[in-house]
Design a protein around this ligand. Sequence first.
Ligand code: FAD
Length: 337
Amino acid sequence: MNFYPLVVSNITDETSLAKSFTFQIEDKYQSLFQFQAGQFLSLRLPWEESYLDRCYSLSSSPDQAKMTITVKRVKDGRISNLLNDNVKEGDIIDIASPSGRFVPTENQRPLSLFAAGSGITPIMSIIKHTLANTELTVTLFYANSNDQQIIFKQALTELSDQYPERFSCHHHLSSENGRVNETIINHFIDEQLDQDFFICGPGPFMDLTENALRKLGVADQHIFIERFASDAESTLDTEAQLPSDIASFNAILDGESHIVPYLAGKTLLESMLAHDLKPAYFCQKAKCGMCAVMKTAGEVVMRNSDILSDNEKEKGKILLCQSLPLNNDISVDCDAD
Ligand SMILES: Cc1cc2nc3c(=O)[nH]c(=O)nc-3n(C[C@H](O)[C@H](O)[C@H](O)COP(=O)(O)OP(=O)(O)OC[C@H]3O[C@@H](n4cnc5c(N)ncnc54)[C@H](O)[C@@H]3O)c2cc1C
């Protein structure tokens, strides 16, 4: 993954805990930074003797001819606070081209969007893009702890005024109405199931919403989730007991089947890269989801799989960057959705 030096051209205070950062794209980088609504940027910032990479969703829409991210402070978080406290207009930040799969499809179904806290960021991009480019209706359920923490409050009101027939925004404040629960979600959906549902926010909020949709019978292909996963350490404490006799695994990539020699103790991704096979990947920390593929045979164990939903795991989705083989007959399909 290549990083390019981009200048911070504007910084806006959104709330006491969040700021938006707009980047200037020089002509020579324009084509590299084309993006779709809902995608994210990967930033590389110096930290101590090294650097840290973090993903931030674009809150601007592709139609706005600007590229803006919105970053909310995480308690004791390194990069979110560094950005909010220290970065100034004119500073240069190394940034990789946009990526991500949390983008509206060609389905032409109305959009029902669920956001909580900083999860509004990619949702905001999707709202602006969809309203400006389609005739679809868009409804937003947006949960925050209190009124002061609503990011884009003014902009959302303006969009409701501009598109009264097609956009409605429901604010849920836990300070006034308690935590979001299944009844509240069901009430908001109001049996309107022929929609595409997009969800972004803290893990429990996303799990609650996803489970409510599944109970209502909404099919997988109409539920889209963006997980702002944490940088969790390895949750695997049995690595020392993994089998030592795994010779290879099978991988379908770009329509071709490969037998990939397995490097002992390494992940499937590391083994593929070592043999010049380059599936999509980026962070290698179970955060970006780019290396998610379908496992069609065999058993693996993942060091961290928080970014995948239970449903995705049941269907066989694995993260190549986190997977270690448990047996010899593993097959993965990197081309499958
Ligand atoms: C696809 C994607 C899109 C995202 N989009 C956005 C967005 O639009 N806006 C946004 O605000 N965020 C977004 N995020 C989240 C963002 O990438 C960061 O995860 C977030 O800003 C926290 O990073 P940080 O460096 O501040 O926190 P970190 O320093 O990584 O800390 C995270 C947590 O771990 C704890 N911690 C830190 N160091 C240690 C340690 N050594 N040991 C134990 N615990 C530790 C901290 O106390 C904190 O609670 C996105 C994430 C993804 C994957």
